[in-house]
Design a protein around this ligand. Structure first.
Ligand code: SF4
Length: 64
């Protein structure tokens, strides 16, 4: 599964980073960085928590 960010909706507050720190990081400029695009078994639960926790629905998972 691939992680997609809708950057027009992302506010950069970093709830996703707190829920999935191996995948998401807010840089010093307040931009969301994707540390990996692939959501494999090692991170999928954290990624799903981040998707649920994102207040603007900016995160999705797609096949591939
Ligand atoms: S939780 Fe959602 S809105 Fe907040 S930084 Fe992450 S993707 Fe962006």
């Amino acid at each position: 599964m691939k992680i997609c960010i809708d950057r027009t909706n992302c506010t950069g507050l970093g709830i996703c980073e707190s829920l999935a720190p191996d995948v998401f990081e807010i840089d010093n400029a307040g931009q969301l960085l994707l540390l990996r695009e692939d959501a494999d078994d090692s991170v999928i639960d954290d990624v799903r928590a981040a998707i649920e926790g994102c207040p603007t629905e900016a995160l999705t998972l797609v096949e591939g």
